[in-house]
Design a protein around this ligand. Structure first.
Ligand SMILES: C[S@@+](CC[C@H](N)C(=O)[O-])C[C@H]1O[C@@H](n2cnc3c(N)ncnc32)[C@H](O)[C@@H]1O
Length: 258
């Protein structure tokens, strides 16, 4: 799949920082570089990328004067800050205590990946969207600077660019678990819609239409199991799962390799 962000995305230079880094980012993504010093800079694209407060951020036009969204590397409220964090909750139950190695094949905003990383699993991350890869690479570089990460000399998860369907078919070492969280079309009423970060992802990338092939590739490539996260009101991706663990408005379906 080739990505074209034509008319949708630009890199925005706000007059601060190293212009060359902005030029290179725009070049890597093949999108225009806009500058706030040019009239009408915000009239053509709906999304912008720029560095604010030390993080690469994705900003939609309506929120251009507010913060923007970066891959959040701090634990979410209530999550343990020790490492490895306790393996509690529905995600940990689905991945399981006997699992050591995990591949997140749909990394997105990296929130599930970072949760898995904090619980001490050995993690590799696949993502196909070039813009999400830029946001993730920026976040994983920031991760190495966190106190607890550098103190424990932890390496950030390996980030593998590409379509997971192809990447998984060429793995040298099968992981114990492959984790999938593809984008499902929204079914709920607006009030119950996903978080802003997820709606932005859908606006920018669209739904993941090849979920069935991804599931098949994951079942083939895993050593032990595949875990699929989905909204609680959609059919299980791979038919009846072996086990299922419920979270808030979502489900983790577990498929064992037999
Ligand atoms: C719903 S988001 C994942 C959110 C993520 N679990 C989190 O915690 O932020 C789905 C992501 O998976 C990626 N994706 C979907 N299918 C993929 C595939 N076949 N190969 C690689 N990435 C894929 C999409 O580009 C998107 O960024």
């Amino acid at each position: 799949m080739t990505f074209s962000y034509s008319g949708k995305l630009a890199v925005l230079y706000e007059g601060l920082g190293d212009l060359a880094a902005y030029q290179q980012l725009a070049g890597r993504l093949s999108v225009p570089l806009r500058s706030v010093s040019m009239p009408g800079y915000d009239q053509q694209e709906s999304f912008f990328l720029c560095w604010r407060e030390g993080s690469l951020k994705l900003i939609d036009r309506q929120l251009l004067r507010k913060g923007g969204m970066a891959v959040e590397i701090e634990p979410r409220p209530g999550e343990q800050r020790s490492w490895p964090a306790p393996k509690t909750g529905a995600l940990a139950q689905a991945i399981g205590r006997k699992t050591k190695t995990v591949i997140d094949a749909t990394t997105g905003w990296g929130q599930d990946s970072l949760h898995i990383f904090r619980m001490g699993y050995e993690l590799r991350c696949i993502e196909r969207s070039p813009v999400m890869l830029e946001l993730l690479a920026d976040a994983f570089a920031r991760l190495t600077q966190l106190d607890w990460v550098s103190r424990l000399k932890l390496e950030p998860p390996e980030l593998i660019p590409g379509n997971a369907i192809a990447v998984l078919s060429e793995l040298e070492h099968a992981p114990d678990c492959i984790y999938l969280d593809p984008m499902f079309p929204p079914k709920r009423k607006k009030s119950a819609l996903a978080k802003k970060s997820m709606t932005v992802l859908r606006d920018l990338l669209g739904d993941d239409e090849d979920k069935d092939q991804l599931f098949a590739a994951a079942m083939k490539a895993t050593a032990k199991k595949v875990v699929v996260k989905s909204p609680d009101d959609v059919e299980p991706l791979g038919g009846a799962p072996h086990e299922s663990f419920s979270g808030k408005l979502l489900r983790y379906d577990v498929y064992l390799k037999v």
